[in-house]
Design a protein around this ligand. Structure first.
Ligand SMILES: N[C@@H](CCC(=O)N[C@@H](CS)C(=O)NCC(=O)O)C(=O)O
Length: 222
């Protein structure tokens, strides 16, 4: 059986930059599950219509179709209980929810203000109008206005990072001695930044870069 993951791609089909898809890719690696990816662009809604919604990641696992990174993580723990758990025992699932909440309400919005113009430049031509319209509406300003205030947005991002840097100065991973789904969630956001930002947002010898490399190394990924 081939397991399929529909994953967001840029004009370059090898540039897979979605923070949510990265969560799922690390979750699959954590569960020792192999898969093939299907590159997908923002405007290819019909290609994932079978999943009943309009976003990626979408996982096709045999007869099961699961959309939404959170639903996929829960499905993987339910379906593959003999593989290492993503969430672990209580209270870890509840604490992971807090990490997700911080990532989605603080970290990713701060990054989107920096990255949106850079992502736009990397997108397939077919996606550009859609991305500009939806993101300018979401952010309340044009991509050009965002780019003009990049330094301000980078400073805001650095401030948002403080709790993560404090944590990683005391332990190797967010989940403790080894990465768990909380690490996958935050890694996805920072990998999105690493792959799309026109200028590096953290140095190669920074705490963030060292932690990201350790997460990848855990799963034998590059
Ligand atoms: N809650 C969803 C969010 C997924 C999501 O927003 N995916 C983006 C790619 S990073 C997407 O497919 N966007 C399609 C669009 O904006 O139309 C999850 O956790 O999987």
């Amino acid at each position: 059986m081939t397991r399929l993951l529909y994953e967001l791609a840029a004009a370059d089909p090898d540039l897979r930059f979605s923070p949510f898809c990265w969560r799922t890719k690390l979750a699959l690696a954590h569960k020792n599950l192999s898969y093939e990816t299907v590159p997908w662009r923002f405007t290819e809604k019909e290609a994932i219509a079978f999943s009943g919604q309009t976003k990626v990641p979408v996982l096709v696992d045999g007869d099961n179709v699961i959309a939404d990174s959170e639903a996929i993580a829960a499905y993987l723990d339910d379906t593959y209980p003999n593989e290492p758990p993503l969430y672990g025992e209580p209270p870890a699932p509840a604490l992971t929810l807090f990490v997700r909440s911080w990532t989605e309400t603080r970290l990713q919005p701060a990054l989107l203000r920096i990255l949106a113009p850079d992502i736009f430049a990397r997108l397939d031509e077919r996606d550009k109008d859609y991305f500009r319209t939806t993101r300018e509406e979401r952010l309340g300003c044009t991509l050009e206005e965002l780019a003009a205030r990049r330094a301000e947005h980078v400073a805001a991002f650095e401030s948002v990072l403080t709790p993560l840097l404090t944590l990683l100065s005391q332990q190797d991973f967010i989940a403790g001695d080894a990465p768990g789904y909380a690490d996958h969630i935050v890694f996805g956001a920072l990998q999105w930044a690493k792959l799309t930002s026109s200028t590096p947002l953290f140095a190669e010898d920074s705490t963030i870069a060292i932690w990201m490399a350790a997460v990848l190394e855990t799963y034998g990924l590059e």
